[in-house]
Design a binder for this molecule. Structure first.
Ligand code: PSU
Ligand code: MN
Length: 307
């Protein structure tokens, strides 16, 4: 059986593919397990409009009833917004979820895989998974990083949260040959905060220049993705001293409760929302909109180069 037999492409996305229009992939774990209801549902709808307003077509990826969905409708978004009914699906889980006919939200890794199957090269999210603090003991390294090493999709994100070990995450990406780009910044952003204390490999001040680099990489058959670190807009950036305190408290509670494996990231995100009384959620939503905007511009520029 051909892999296409497992894919359901929405009419909007199929029309865009046929007309060779720019498309931006969006993930669903950020909806199901990254934000609370009902803000997650509102976000999921609005982020698609951000992409459309920049002249690209959004393709929210998910697994519904054992089918890979490239682009989902309002009813499916509604289903994805209830985390109790939705599995978190990373690379290792995909085949089992399809075989069982279940519904799942796609992580960065899984969204990249589906994007590549559908021929989509640009993807916007909030933050990526990475090397967790304490990874030298726990071995907790997100499958997102391996995926970036192999799958040809550029991931526009606001960097990595400092609940991860940002330094080790960047070392891992270097080992795996993944370019780390700064979008209008020399510093790799730290999700809620603009500064991480770590630099990027290369800075671009326009999406057109970034598109040129990506085209060369992929033309040469240098497989794998790229991280595009796009800092949170000033108006929503949080203070890194304060956020680090919050994150330390969240990490302590996770350790006390024995939270492990795939539960770790959702637990920490929810805890941070609670500890900041929702301020972190507002920032999370706005930085993700900002990433969708840059991703759409990048998709438009890449599209021009392919003509
Ligand atoms: N970071 C966020 N929000 C998210 C995630 C990361 O700010 O929702 C999700 C993404 O889907 C990412 C996943 O791929 O968490 C990483 O999970 P893990 O650390 O278990 O690999
Ligand atoms: Mn993990």
């Amino acid at each position: 059986m051909n892999y296409r037999e497992y894919l359901d492409i929405s009419p909007e996305v199929q029309a865009a593919l046929d007309a060779k229009q720019p498309i931006v992939a969006l993930e669903s774990t950020i909806i199901s397990h990254g934000m609370p209801y009902p803000q997650n549902l509102e976000f999921a709808k609005q982020v698609e409009d951000v992409v459309r307003n920049e002249g690209a077509v959004p393709a929210t990826m998910a697994i519904i009833g054992g089918r890979l969905k490239v682009g989902v409708g309002p009813k499916e978004l509604e289903a994805l917004s209830d985390h109790t009914k939705v599995e978190k699906v990373s690379r290792r889980d995909i085949a089992a979820i399809l075989a069982s006919g279940k519904t799942g939200a796609t992580t960065v890794a899984t969204t990249m895989i589906i994007s590549a199957l559908a021929g989509i090269r640009v993807f916007a999210t909030g933050g990526i998974g990475g090397v967790h603090r304490g990874a030298p003991e726990t071995f907790d390294i997100s499958a997102d990083l391996q995926e970036l090493a192999h799958t040809d999709v550029a991931v526009v994100c606001a960097g990595a949260k400092s609940l991860l070990d940002i330094g080790l995450t960047l070392e891992y990406l270097e080992t795996m040959g993944v370019p780390v780009v700064g979008m209008r910044t020399d510093e790799f952003p730290a999700f809620y905060c603009k500064e991480s204390g770590f630099g990027v490999d290369v800075r671009y001040d326009s999406e057109a220049d970034l598109a040129k680099m990506l085209k060369i990489k992929w033309d040469l058959g240098i497989h794998g993705g790229a991280i595009v670190g796009n800092p949170v807009p000033d108006a929503y950036a949080l203070d890194s001293g304060e956020m680090n305190k919050v994150i330390d408290d969240a990490l302590k509670e996770a350790a006390e409760k024995g939270i492990k494996g795939k539960e770790t990231t959702p637990f920490l995100l929810a805890k941070i929302v609670e500890l900041t009384e929702g301020v972190s959620l507002k920032t999370n939503i706005q930085l993700a909109f900002n990433n969708a905007k840059v991703a759409a511009k990048l998709a438009v520029e890449l599209n021009k180069l392919e003509d």
